[in-house]
Design a protein. Structure first.
Ligand SMILES: Nc1ncnc2c1ncn2[C@@H]1O[C@H](COP(=O)(O)OP(=O)(O)O)[C@@H](O)[C@H]1O
Ligand SMILES: [Mg+2]
Lengths: 289, 352
């Protein structure tokens, strides 16, 4: 056998240096806009509007952030930043948890139960993958209007819950569970509910964590649907509010507050990823079997 | 404790019948081994008894109660799976306790039952480990323990030892036999290994393509195989079986040798079976079969000689004494021992 420690990740000498430089360059390119947003959020509007923008943080950080939380944004949309963050959190959580609940339930049915038209159900779900939200947005909107769900959390969350992707992922995972495990549980006397609760759920936890992270971010960054289904500013998400803040003439836009809001809009998804990273990575690379 | 009665049990998959009507009465406490080559329907039969597989026709009764439509848990059986099927996220203790927990047994009793089983299987040091931290043999014992704690009325095992190495297999085989002697539980045991089958069974079901060719004690199966298939499957090395022409008092062997067989009636073509140990080396005579040896396998106390009937390509296996002087290329004469030959119909394969 050749020396197996000599993987691409353990090369030494100039090759290693070049690899590092290359990666650092990549990080700079990706991270720079975010860094710039942060820098801008610590300067006054005047500094921001007078190019070039400094590369180092300014002295207005505290003023900007307290202004944002203390009513600066109230003056624009009439809604506090807290309310926007709360709305968005609620919607993102609702979408993520709802998707997990629905897709786990449907994958459970498709994989573990024999019922008429089982495969037809699977294909129906699968086909919806090919119809993005934008394609079915008009009928969905009409349904929401008829149900009186405009400007409600239900209206914001429900249509985005149905998820072919998550159903498919759970189906694939469930299919890797050996049949004998299900049979052993049946012999032990576990019914469908106990099998799910005692065996399938504990085995799925890392996958759930991974899907939660992905779907939370998906929910957090929703734009088109919240824009359509909300009229009142009270129901805005932070992404919509951001957009509304900059739809004034350039000079009127409180760029410093926009930047503060941007930072705050990025922060929660980043937190979710960081906090759930251990589970998330585990779910992507190994299933505990 | 269970008395299991199978009545004309059949199973079809998508119109294709794979179990063709099995009838058997298993009295309480009997150790029955289902044996046969891979794909003959052993697992299917066992899983039908367990309630994991639907029944296409026929009935299964346990203690006088028809259980065809009952879930496994209602049949009061325990099962050991070939790949053990341990719950990967539960400790050994939790694995063994799970069935009892579902049955709502009080905690103290569960602990007592698990401890008792763990002691019997020498699993006490591992009770808090997860299955992935166990060796194959230990996992196998956990699977046994999970079935044991339940004190079910019947014990079903599907090739429980096939994933173990040879030494462990012998050990576990003896342990399973001991356990059966201790608990006296009705046991159905599936295997394709004839040594396991012969050593464990009170009675064997020898399966051939979904048919129970013979249901009998190991001794009967060996001494009077009911079909040519059983004759060839049980016994190692396998029985020598030739197509011969039966004339009155005489069989014409491959190569044209005429073997006097007093009492044989004229049947035309039949299949003649002779176990290797039933062929003795004798002096050359017209009553003996000449065999040219092609190889000798020396095992110590015994040796096996492989050859062909002279003048034909019919293979013959002989069991020789370890002290034999026979060599490759030798031409020897053998004669069947008195009353030790088996005749099977050339058409149906049934014993004549
Ligand atoms: N779910 C199934 N669908 C169709 N055919 C099956 C199924 N399970 C088993 N069979 C067929 O039934 C026969 C018996 O299988 P099995 O009982 O597993 O054999 P064994 O355990 O003796 O090796 C095989 O020919 C197999 O192909
Ligand atoms: Mg099998």
């Amino acid at each position: 056998m050749a020396d197996t420690s000599q993987t691409p990740l353990t090369v030494r000498g100039p090759a290693r240096t070049i690899a590092h430089l290359w990666m650092i360059l990549g990080i700079i390119i990706v991270a720079f806009p975010v860094y710039y947003v942060f820098i801008a959020s610590t300067h006054s509007v005047q500094t921001i509007l007078r190019p070039p923008l400094p590369l180092l943080p300014g002295s207005e950080a505290i003023a900007n952030y307290s202004d944002a939380f203390g009513g600066g944004i109230d003056r624009i949309g009439g809604v506090s930043l807290w309310r926007l963050l709360g709305n968005t959190t609620l919607i993102a959580l609702g979408i993520a948890l709802g998707k997990i609940a629905i897709s786990m339930a449907s994958a459970y049915a498709i994989v573990f139960f024999r019922f008429p038209f089982r495969m037809a159900c699977f294909w129906l779900i699968f086909i919806t993958l090919m119809l993005p939200v934008e394609v079915r947005i008009q009928p969905t909107y009409k349904v929401m209007v008829d149900l009186g769900l405009i400007d409600t959390y239900a209206g914001l969350i429900l249509p985005l819950i149905a998820s072919a992707t998550a159903t498919l992922l759970f189906r694939q995972f469930f299919m890797t569970i050996p049949d004998e495990l299900l049979e052993a549980a049946r012999v032990d006397g576990a019914g469908p509910w106990r099998f799910f609760k005692d065996i399938l759920w504990p085995l799925s936890r890392t996958n759930v964590a991974a899907i939660f992270v992905i779907q939370f971010i998906y929910g957090w960054t929703q734009y088109l649907w919240p824009l359509l289904v909300t009229n009142s500013n009270e129901m805005n998400t932070i992404v919509i509010a951001l957009k509304k803040m900059i739809s004034f003439a350039d000079a009127d836009t409180p760029w410093n507050l926009v930047m503060v809001t941007s930072i705050l809009a990025i922060l929660p998804p980043v937190l979710v990823v960081v906090l759930m990273q251990r589970w998330f990575v585990k779910g992507l690379v190994e299933t505990e079997k | 404790m269970a008395h299991i009665l199978l009545k004309d049990l059949r199973k079809s998959y998508a119109g294709q019948e794979v179990i063709h009507g099995i009838t058997m009465d298993i009295p309480n406490g009997e150790f029955v081994v289902i044996v046969g080559p891979s794909g003959c329907g052993k697992s299917t039969l066992l899983r039908m008894v367990a309630g994991l597989e639907g029944i296409s026709a026929g009935t299964i009764e346990i203690d006088g109660r028809v259980v065809n439509d009952l879930e496994p848990r209602q049949r009061d059986i325990a099962m050991v799976f070939q790949n053990y099927a341990l719950y990967p996220h539960m400790s050994v203790r939790e694995n063994m306790a799970y069935g009892l927990k579902i049955a709502k047994m009080p905690k103290a009793e569960i602990d007592a039952a698990v401890t008792r089983a763990a002691k019997m299987l020498e699993l006490e040091p591992y009770l808090d480990r997860k299955p992935r931290a166990l060796s194959g043999g230990q996992r196998q014992r956990v699977a046994m323990g999970r079935a044991l704690v339940r004190t079910p009325s019947a014990f079903l095992l599907d090739e429980p030892l096939s994933n173990l190495d040879a030494k462990l297999r012998v050990q576990m085989r003896m342990q399973i036999k001991d356990m059966h002697l201790n608990t006296g539980q009705t046991t159905l045991y599936v295997t394709h290994d004839q040594v396991e089958a012969m050593t464990l069974a009170d009675r064997l079901i020898v399966m051939n393509k979904g048919i129970a060719d013979q249901i009998a004690t190991p001794h009967e199966v060996y001494e009077t195989p009911a079909t040519e298939f059983v004759a060839g499957f049980i016994g190692s090395p396998a029985m020598n079986i030739f197509t011969v022409t039966a004339e009155a008092g005489m069989a014409v062997l491959p190569g044209g040798h005429r073997l006097p067989l007093p009492g044989l009636a004229a049947h035309g073509k039949v299949r003649l079976g002779l176990r290797p140990e039933d062929l003795e080396i004798v002096d050359a005579s017209t009553a003996a079969i000449p065999v040219v040896l092609r190889s000798i396998e020396w095992l110590g106390a015994d040796a096996f000689g492989y050859g062909m009937i002279d003048g034909s390509d019919a293979l013959v296996t002989l069991r020789l004494a370890g002290s034999t002087g026979a060599k490759r290329g030798d031409r020897v004469h053998v004669a069947p021992k008195e009353g030790r030959l088996h005749l099977f119909s050339a058409e149906s394969g049934k014993r004549m």
